[in-house]
Design a protein around this ligand. Structure first.
Ligand SMILES: [Zn+2]
Length: 288
């Protein structure tokens, strides 16, 4: 565990479980909804029993969620999804845009910088058997199902899913309007994974997605602005301690402004202006 409480309640019925340490830490969320609960994200592979135990510490022994949802398919968020799907005999819900990634076979059109620089070259030199074993262990084929494009996420009737593409093609966030709770996955983080000093210093603050595992950076920046416009009061990302309080939305707007130049309706156009890009790059120290 990361040194945090095994399951910390960050909003009414929303529990954050920090799984792993340092750069290998990622957050899993357990969400109470009515008489049942749902799981959002599933950490790295091999953490199924740990997540099950955390859920039982909150909801009681032998508990089983109404649904399992993923913000996106990356090994630090979907790693134990197959194991948990087997333990609880449940499908795993992802955005339709994420379905091509479910089989975990490499698709060049969905590749991110880390895939291109490290994963693909490594796959080329590893024995075929090893690659096949790694791929099938991580595969969610036959387990992943696409979210309803209009309805609420399964098991969370009081929430809605919000498209937040860029980090991956079908990345989603989850939002509860009643108290403005945002589960942001890797679309927005409360720890800076793009800088070693930032990582060591920790929060509080809001940062963009991890750069080297982000598929489409311009889209990822647009998604930060879109999430800021939700005016969240609780920002619970895939990494870092969740942020709460009156300044949360302002912090997210500041990040969006740094990345895009504006967060209002005009923001989507402004970010493409070359001068604005240069200015925001200089302000943020980004290496865009
Ligand atoms: Zn990710």
């Amino acid at each position: 565990m990361s040194g945090r409480e095994p399951a910390a309640e960050v909003a009414d019925g929303v529990y954050c479980v920090g799984v792993g340490r340092g750069v290998l830490a990622s957050n899993v969320y357990l969400i109470r909804s009515g008489g049942s609960w749902a799981l959002i994200d599933a950490a790295w592979p091999g953490r199924g029993e740990l997540i099950k135990a955390a859920a039982e510490s909150v909801f009681g022994e032998g508990t089983r969620p109404a649904s399992m949802l993923l913000t996106h398919i990356h090994p630090d968020h979907s790693g134990s999804a197959r194991e948990l799907a087997r333990i609880w005999d449940l499908p795993v819900w992802v955005h339709a845009g994420e379905m091509p990634l479910a089989a975990r076979t490499y698709r060049p059109e969905y590749g991110n910088p880390l895939d291109r620089w490290l994963v693909v070259p490594l796959m080329r030199v590893l024995p075929r058997r090893t690659v096949d074993a790694m791929t099938s262990a991580a595969s969610l084929a036959g387990v992943a199902r696409p979210l309803d494009p209009v309805g609420p996420p399964p098991g969370l009737p009081d929430w809605r899913w919000v498209a937040a593409p860029g980090h991956t093609p079908g990345h989603v966030a989850f939002f509860r309007a009643r108290d403005r709770v945002l589960i942001a996955g890797d679309a927005v983080l409360t720890v800076n994974l793009n800088s070693v000093p930032g990582l060591l210093r920790g929060g509080p603050g809001a940062w963009g997605p991890p750069r080297y595992t982000t598929w489409n950076w311009p889209l990822a920046k647009e998604s930060v602005a879109a999430l800021a416009r939700l005016e969240p009061r609780v920002l619970a990302g895939g990494h870092g301690r969740p942020m709460t309080g009156a300044g949360t939305a302002a912090c997210l707007h500041a990040l969006a402004e740094k990345l895009c130049g504006a967060t209002g309706a005009a923001g989507r156009g402004v970010q493409r202006h070359p001068a604005a890009s240069r200015r925001t790059r200089a302000a943020s120290g980004e290496e865009d």
